[in-house]
Design a protein around this ligand. Sequence first.
Ligand SMILES: Cc1cc2nc3c(=O)[nH]c(=O)nc-3n(C[C@H](O)[C@H](O)[C@H](O)COP(=O)(O)OP(=O)(O)OC[C@H]3O[C@@H](n4cnc5c(N)ncnc54)[C@H](O)[C@@H]3O)c2cc1C
Length: 333
Amino acid sequence: MFDLAGLTTLKLPFKAKSLIRLTSIENVCVSMQQLGSIPRLVVGGGSNLVILEPEFDGIVLRPEIQYYDIKESGNDVYLEVGAGHPWHQLVMKTLDAGWFGLENLALIPGWMGAAPIQNIGAYGVELKDHCHRVKLYDFEEQSIIELSVPELKFGYRHSVFKEIPDRFLVLTVTLRLSKHATPRVCYGEISEELERQGLDAEKPHDIAKVVISIRQSKLPDPDITPNVGSFFKNPVVRPEVADRLLEEFPEMPTYGSGEYTKIAAGWLIDRLGLKGQKIGGFAVNDRQALVITNDGTGTADELRALVALILSSVKATYGLSLAIEPTQLGQLN
Ligand SMILES: Cc1cc2nc3c(=O)[nH]c(=O)nc-3n(C[C@H](O)[C@H](O)[C@H](O)COP(=O)(O)OP(=O)(O)OC[C@H]3O[C@@H](n4cnc5c(N)ncnc54)[C@H](O)[C@@H]3O)c2cc1C
């Protein structure tokens, strides 16, 4: 067994039978056809993965593909990027090249290949807003296919990959960026911080700069304090449910989400006094209640107990069932 705990940012114990590094699209087909029916787990940057089984009787696949291709059409730039490219580096590289769109998504950890899996999003922008198509290896058909945006079924922290887990391996993602900046600063926090730092809301570099500083001030750095970012999704409820809750909790933050209303899960947890709550090596982060941190000694059972406490407290007070955001290997509850 290989010790792979270091591959995930939550740093729970993790051993697997073997690990295959996939470095080019060409070697994926050959290597994957030889795999047969052995259980497999794809791990990129490991920043959205909770390992609850310390020993995985299968193969870990690391899609380290570094492909990069640029096509320009008028003001549009189509950038095809290999699954192994670190996301934040890509954001900064595109801004430096004068190709805009990804600025609000700066400093999200992880690799390109995982971005479509949960349709990463932050500060009013999601991957779906700039995704053109995705090239995949289909384990069922044992061939390479491409999916267009409608076929990817993107939603809030959702995609076709969540509906059919384990079927596809993302090889490349083609992004559609623009040489014209379209700043999106509708989040109050961003416009306030731009003003406070004397920066320009029309400049994508400045937007990325404030996104980075807000994130650094609010979120623990996973390289220092193990975590997987938001542990829970924001509940998306019918407006009448939000109205009922707002009557009891008028200060509860809500956001429009089409015909539904999104409720800030971090606020729900924070209001219950759970910030800083510890069970063993795990704790609810004292700056951002959506984040659970590991002091490096945490066990899967301690994490299960802390998550169970949060879920039952939220359910008892607000009548809402929070959903877990990261992918899990093994059972959390
Ligand atoms: C501090 C912090 C802040 C974060 N902030 C945000 C945020 O603002 N918004 C947000 O959306 N997310 C956020 N995240 C979550 C995470 O960074 C993203 O989901 C990221 O895209 C995960 O990338 P990864 O390479 O680390 O994926 P991994 O953790 O390696 O994998 C995540 C899932 O994708 C699958 N996967 C990975 N690569 C591939 C591939 N090539 N093909 C098929 N399946 C694959 C894995 O099997 C797993 O199911 C945050 C995480 C942290 C630690």
